[in-house]
Design a protein around this ligand. Structure first.
Ligand code: GLU
Length: 314
């Protein structure tokens, strides 16, 4: 499964959604994927996942890119925008439809919540529309059929992982009822088009991996290697995100922030590098990077990395 990926030149990626500014949690994923690539002399590309216009914050994509630059996270080649790939996603959906791998589904969220069992990543779709035909004029999503095959990976950080996709996750949406392509489909198409050999990202996306491998298998695409870095959580045990009041990264102080991101990733940057220049810290980080000592479990972040609900905005 991973043989094809290891024979190709290393290519990693960072794929932020432009729904807000970069925070400490997204920096951790960016730093880990960058170091995996650079420590192997590989390439590192940036892809803006702007598939969901209502969630995109105007200006966020540019702000993310400026923040990456301020932290010395320089990417290779042009930045890719998913919003420009609609034709490719449509072609892939056509291919899946020809293989009879898809079916229309008009179930509402409430109906699914009522009739489904809880899986490892939300409700397992009970397959209601698998057998019934949905009139093409009613608003419907497209789901991909899953099967009983077990999906197994050796994640570089999380170790061996196994999923029974059908029982644990169920048939999943590849095109939403509002017509937007789903994240799972777009990521698979773009990781293959960009020849990504290893996906390094947050462990909050762990259960997306078997969905993506299922799509790769249906489409005859290579499966990259995977490494899922620990989730950054705030003092309330919540994953850092815009909703949980993650603070935007301060681009004026990249060195101490990067130092803390490296420590979060289990690396042990010498204390004196705290007051060094950014180049010296990166040099140390690239030459000492060890994915194998990155911890598996979610961990709390420094207090500055999020605000408390009562904090006043300044
Ligand atoms: N766009 C996703 C996010 O910002 C990451 C996708 C990925 O790395 O596969 O959470």
């Amino acid at each position: 499964m991973t043989d094809r990926a290891s024979a190709l030149p290393y290519r990693g990626r960072f794929a932020p959604s432009p729904s807000g500014a970069l925070h400490f949690g997204s920096l951790v994923a960016a730093v880990a994927s960058f170091l995996q690539a650079r420590s192997r002399g590989g390439e590192w590309v940036v892809r803006i996942e702007d598939l969901d216009p209502p969630r995109a914050l105007p200006g966020a994509a540019d702000e993310i890119l400026r923040t990456l630059e301020a932290f010395g996270l320089f990417w290779d080649g042009p930045v890719i925008y998913q919003s420009r790939h609609q034709a490719q996603y449509r072609d892939v959906l056509d291919q899946l439809a020809h293989q009879d791998a898809l079916y229309p589904c008009s179930c509402t969220r409430a109906e699914i919540a009522d009739s489904s069992v809880r899986g490892i990543d939300g409700p397992v779709y009970p397959g209601t529309c698998r057998k019934t035909s949905v009139a093409s004029r009613t608003a419907h999503a497209l789901r991909v059929r899953t099967d009983n095959a077990e999906i197994v990976i050796i994640d570089l950080i999380q170790g061996e992982l196994r999923w029974q996709l059908q029982q644990q996750i169920g048939d999943f949406v590849v095109r939403r009822s509002d017509g937007l392509y789903a994240y799972q489909l777009a990521v698979v198409v773009d990781d293959a088009a960009q020849k990504i050999t290893e996906v390094v990202r947050g462990a909050d996306l762990l259960h997306s991996t078997p969905r993506q491998i299922h799509l790769q298998q249906l489409l005859g695409l290579p499966t990259p290697r995977y490494a899922h870095v620990p989730v950054a959580i705030n003092g309330f045990g919540e994953k850092l995100s815009k909703q949980t009041l993650a603070s935007a990264l301060d681009t004026n102080t990249p060195v101490p922030v990067l130092h803390q991101a490296l420590a979060f990733l289990g690396q042990q940057p010498p204390l004196e590098l705290h007051s060094s220049g950014l180049d010296a810290l990166w040099q140390w980080a690239i030459s000492h990077w060890q994915a194998r000592i990155v911890p598996r479990a979610a961990a709390p972040v420094p207090a500055w990395a999020y605000r408390h609900p009562g904090d006043v905005d300044n």
